[in-house]
Design a protein around this ligand. Sequence first.
Ligand code: ATP
Length: 204
Amino acid sequence: MLRLDGAGRAFGRRLVFSGLDLEVPPGIRLLLTGGNGTGKTTLLRCLAGTLALSTGRATIAGWPAGSPAARLLVGVALAPEQTLSGRLSGHDNLMLVARMRLPSRKATAAVAQVEEEFAIDEYARLPAQRCSAGMRARISVARALLGDPPVLLFDEPGRSLDAGTRALFWAALDRRPGLTCVLASHLDEDRARCDRTLAMPVAR
Ligand SMILES: Nc1ncnc2c1ncn2[C@@H]1O[C@H](COP(=O)(O)OP(=O)(O)OP(=O)(O)O)[C@@H](O)[C@H]1O
């Protein structure tokens, strides 16, 4: 479902990773681990298509990462505390994305479902800029699920979430068993929730 062939990314002269080959079959959850600065976020951005690889190739179901066809297949929550529109309410942030992915009646139902799954209902009408980091992270993570994309990319989804909400997050993924998921995390507890682990190599 998701493939890297000889993938590499540099920033100027700084090589973050190189020669990375990876295949993530459908339905598999892959955990990205590694110390600070080893390139987990960079790799996720390359898979999401918001950053180009310097070398090699990344594909989603055979489509080049970042192409319109690949983007349709991918739900993303990278920097989940920071990616909402601050003036809009959580609900409207969710509706904005739902309306891009679904016809209007289905969009309303999909937003209601994720608001319930992540217990967002209580503060969904508050402007996002008045929400706490954890509240914003909940909304961003829930937003990635809208429209049921078959591939999900998460960067430290549990970083700002309390234990109860982390449980809600995993329960939401468990309810969607066919998903292919790549998730970066520093939390030991996430290891048991994933099928495979890729430890990012320290760049030389
Ligand atoms: N836009 C950028 N310009 C220059 N260098 C960058 C940029 N983004 C990331 N880097 C560098 O790439 C390297 C990898 O960063 P990245 O954020 O991918 O690491 P990470 O594994 O996600 O780290 P952390 O665990 O701290 O979140 C770091 O050395 C970082 O300084």
